[in-house]
Design a protein around this ligand. Structure first.
Ligand SMILES: Cc1cc2nc3c(=O)[nH]c(=O)nc-3n(C[C@H](O)[C@H](O)[C@H](O)COP(=O)(O)O)c2cc1C
Length: 192
């Protein structure tokens, strides 16, 4: 099975799987979180959407990520959390670097593609307008902005790994900075 078939093969995307909420949670009595409740909580936290990229001898890699956060301004440190089986995560560790591109509302299809929900024409990003970071990752040219990061640490975080990066270079893309792509309750959204 090819990589793309494999990515598209998973029937229902993880974050669209139905969840069952215990009565005690719905009645606001408070419970120890199980995986369904954790999924519900994550879905009800509105976030922006990014593409996190890296590379290897096999080519360029990108993944749609909402678990992105700024940690420190000076130096500029950011984190991304990727599932422990992430192919992109493996490349980030091997290359010691990653790129982050901040998406606009016009990137809904791009976000679906890098989440494995729509076919990627090829892994070289040739049909996705991009530039190459100094550290080697592709960056979306029509993003709101991009960050070229050196990996500072990769820390276990349960079923995810937390990658902390130091931005060595940042750039303003051609995307509309007033129109970020948002994600809430498994749906894309925009500010207004
Ligand atoms: C809007 C959106 C946000 C996502 N955010 C994350 C995330 O923060 N971390 C993550 O591991 N996967 C996230 N995913 C799922 C990955 O994009 C998807 O599982 C992808 O196929 C993983 O590819 P990889 O193996 O290269 O990491 C998100 C998907 C969507 C549609």
């Amino acid at each position: 099975m090819s990589q793309i078939e494999g990515r598209l093969g998973s029937a229902v995307p993880e974050d669209e799987r139905p969840v069952v909420l215990p009565d005690a949670f719905e009645q606001a009595r408070g419970i120890e979180p199980d995986e369904d409740v954790a999924r519900w909580l994550r879905r009800h936290y509105a976030s922006a959407v990014t593409i996190v990229t890296s590379f290897s001898d096999e080519g360029l890699f990108g993944v749609t990520v909402s678990a992105f956060a700024y940690i420190s301004l000076e130096p500029l440190l950011v984190l991304v959390a990727l599932g422990n089986d992430s192919q992109t995560g493996e490349r980030i560790v091997a290359s010691g670097s990653f790129g982050v591109s901040l998406l606009t509302n016009r990137h809904r299809f791009v976000a679906d593609r890098f989440a494995g929900r729509a076919p990627l024409v090829d892994r070289r990003f040739s049909d996705v307008p991009h530039l190459m970071a100094r550290t080697g990752s592709p960056l979306l040219a029509d993003a709101i902005a991009w960050l070229d990061c050196r990996l500072e640490s990769a820390q276990p975080g349960g079923d995810h790994t937390i990658y902390v990066g130091r931005a060595l270079a940042v750039g303003h893309g051609t995307g509309d900075e007033e129109d970020p792509l948002l994600y809430f309750n498994s749906r894309y959204a925009r500010l207004s």
